[in-house]
Design a protein around this ligand. Sequence first.
Ligand code: ATP
Ligand code: MG
Length: 452
Amino acid sequence: MTLRKRYTLFTIFWIIFILLLFNIFVYLFVINITTRSEEQSLTDKVKLLLENTHPEQLATYKDPGLLNDFYNVNELIRIVAPSGDIWSEEGSDKELLSQPAVYYRSHDSGLMTIGGKRVLYMRVPLYEGPIQVASLEIMRKMNTLDTYLQILVVALAVTSAGAILFAIFGTYWFTSRLTSPIQQMVSTMREIDRSGKLRKIESKPEDDSAEMQQLVRAFNQMIERLDRTFARQKQFVADASHELKTPLTVIGSYAGMLKRWGRDDAAVRDEAIESIAREVERLQNLTKSMLTLADAEQEDWLNLETFDLVPIVDELSEMMHVTFGRTVRVNAANGSVFMKGDRDKIRQLFVILIDNAIKYSKDTIDVTVSSVKQMVRVYVTDKGIGIPENEIPYLFERFYRVDGARSRATGGVGLGLSIAKRIVDLHEGQIDVMSKPGHGTTIMLQFPNRRG
Ligand code: ATP
Ligand code: MG
């Protein structure tokens, strides 16, 4: 069932329910009030009549003219003797007149039905001194009142039907307005599904509710994100194939050279073997970096634990010294700096940064690790070639290298810093580059210090 139908049905049933309760209440209330006022008027009449019968004597009650003044079209009024004889009677309604005359011993009043009509009655004993000598009976047909009640019922029915009709049209109109953005969204999704092209929903903010606007905005944001992701993926594939093409071309041309002249010329053979080996290493690095990057895209990549940063940096410093003969000074004033994160990823992050510092400088490298307030802060500083200021914003892009040719010579593929950025992001940290060409570069890392 559509939302619109459901809304409409719900509103209609709800309105019918409310109207029913309301109408029943009004009807009962009106009946109650009017019947009570009729009863009151009957009581007044009896009181008046009793006042007229002074002195309270049998002869007065037997006076046939006693009731003359009390004639009324819808009424019957009579005085009945203990024997059941009627002493006096006023009234013209046949149905009322046909009621048997009964001598009542006690006071009584209420409603009864005669011939399907409501009749109000009152019976009063009449006394001479302390002894009851007769009984007075008044009956009044509630004709006019019942006619009014019928009119009331018709009026209530008509207004209720009108209200329901208005409610149906109103709800239908309102829900179609309400659901039109949903409909639009569905058709946009179908369109996306059919054509395979991402599209946003155009919303008219002035006639949509806040929730709908939120929904549309969330949908559009999701589409934007998907769009960006797809574009990035496309870019990545393009960049990766471009990066793969260069070493493959080099390997291909050296292999050709080997085939043609390599057998005889030792110099050519050595050069070719050397170059092929270098390019193969590049390819290996490239594929390794690309695999790491693809891995890093996963959200549940982190393996959280609390650990000391200093020994990790110390160990790397030692390793760099042994492998490259370079000095990496570790400055940790506090002796140890703990942080919560993925130990292996953080180690990889340091490898990337120290590797860059080694590649792009010749002097000593400084790594400073400290814990300030709620932050863990790390500086990796070199006194190398530096990075021009206008290049800094692009450093974290994949395959981005400042001066491509120079970096190719150093063996870089331009993925290091984008992997670094991803690791920092996953740890909710921040990475900043401060650099001056010719003077050196400092990379600053900051992590929230959440321990335990
Ligand atoms: P790899 O993926 O092998 O690390 P890479 O070092 O070229 O390759 P990134 O680490 O992403 O790539 O660095 C991007 C570019 O930023 C480098 O090509 C280099 O030009 C520049 N760069 C990075 N660190 C430094 C540094 N400490 N000093 C000077 N230039 C740097
Ligand atoms: Mg690098």
